[in-house]
Design a binder for this molecule. Structure first.
Ligand code: NAD
Ligand code: UDP
Ligand code: UDP
Length: 318
């Protein structure tokens, strides 16, 4: 809660009707702020924000952030961008526009307002890494012309723009590199591994493992991630990031499949499908910087997080 009206802010969240954005909006409203959710509803869902319709502090603006936007705010969180490979590859040119023009427009807005702005960047800036786990100092290994490039290079260019607005215009910027995050309100058809496996397990359909399942990811529960984003925004100006936010508990995709089948009590079998091009072999965040600068580390274990996620998807089907 803000301790007084003086601490109450008007906060703009782009991508606020999406998975992470809607949880962030909830958290900021709970903290007593007013929130303006800006979203073009490409992958966002009305269901994610339906409970806020009558909230006096909540406002929704339907807008594509690759176009300029003139509003007033005290802080900006820029989350607008499809995050699942299936969605960001659907219209790759628009994905780059969303990342790059969206960064330019939100930075231009922040420059006019002289306000803090946080970018939701991604572990994808590391590409298919040969350094493991990945520290923020690792510059990455990204293919500029592959099917994932619209997302990876768009996000990399957005980071460049954030740091140039800081160097050139003294803007108070924050860049979070988010690693795989899961939880309630993931889109059931968005193709990401946790939502795919949970939905397949609940429907008793085969679990689709791409490749042989030996590739690894590290999964962070949504409430932990949101807490990290807010801590970064509230940290002193010199804490700009880039800063990794994610859960270092790494596992293979095959082990994730087994765990979800078991937890959902599902009869599903396992089915293997080809590994998508440029699919990173391994991924684990080095979160020493977040521990040191933000006093942050994930608290929710995978089994607890998966239990809430399975409950959410079960309720959706009911
Ligand atoms: P999501 O697809 O659920 O949400 C993205 C939101 O942005 C949607 O509501 C969508 O409608 C909106 N959007 C897309 N293009 C837009 C545009 N041009 N103008 C306005 N709104 C637009 O994805 P998410 O998982 O909530 O991801 C949110 C942010 O976090 C993204 O920027 C993503 O790159 C980043 N991120 C997420 C993860 C993760 O594991 N969830 C990992 C790394 C980075
Ligand atoms: N912009 C915006 N809202 C604002 C201020 C700027 O959408 O309140 C957009 C503006 O249209 C421009 C971009 O942000 O395309 C970058 O603005 P900046 O002032 O940095 O650059 P310039 O206007 O000089 O190109
Ligand atoms: N994956 C899988 N089956 C699925 C969806 C994804 O085996 O149904 C794999 C995918 O190939 C990748 C990992 O799970 O190796 C994580 O995929 P996701 O799309 O969730 O995220 P990202 O690749 O962006 O980390």
């Amino acid at each position: 809660m803000p301790s007084s009206d003086k601490d109450k802010k008007r906060i703009m969240v782009t991508g606020g009707a999406g998975f992470l954005g809607s949880h962030l909006v909830d958290r900021l409203l709970d903290d007593g702020h007013d929130v303006m959710c800006v979203d073009n509803m490409f992958t966002g869902s009305r269901r994610n924000i339906a409970h806020l319709r009558d909230h006096p502090g909540f406002e929704f603006i339907r807008h594509d952030i690759s176009q300029p936007l003139h509003v007033e705010a005290d802080q900006i969180y820029n989350l607008a961008c499809p995050a699942s490979p299936v969605h960001y590859q659907f219209d790759p040119v628009q994905t780059t526009k969303t990342s790059v023009l969206g960064a330019i427009n939100t930075l231009g807005l922040a420059k006019r307002l002289r306000c803090r702005i946080l970018q939701a960047s991604t572990s994808e800036v590391y590409g298919d890494p040969e350094v493991h786990p990945q520290p923020e100092s690792y510059p990455g290994r990204v293919n500029p012309i592959g099917p994932r490039s619209c997302y990876d290079e768009g996000k990399r260019c957005a980071e460049t723009l954030f740091f140039d607005y800081r160097r050139q215009h003294g803007l108070p910027i924050k860049v979070a590199r988010i690693f795989n995050t899961y939880g309630p309100r993931m889109h059931p058809n968005d193709g990401r591994v946790v939502s795919n496996f949970v939905v397949q397990a609940l429907e008793g359909r085969p679990i689709t493992i791409y490749g042989d399942g030996s590739q690894t990811r590290s999964f962070c529960y949504v409430s932990d991630l949101i807490d990290g984003l807010v801590r970064l925004m509230e940290a002193p100006d010199e804490t700009t990031g880039p800063i990794n936010l994610g859960n270092p508990a790494e596992m293979t995709i095959a082990d994730l499949a087994k765990l979800i089948v078991e937890m959902a009590g599902s009869p599903s079998s396992i089915e293997f499908a080809p590994l998508p091009e440029d699919d990173p072999r391994q991924r684990q965040p080095d979160i020493r910087l977040a521990k040191e600068r933000l006093d942050w580390q994930p608290r929710v274990g995978l089994e607890d997080g998966l239990a809430s996620t399975i409950d959410y998807f079960r309720a959706l089907r009911a």
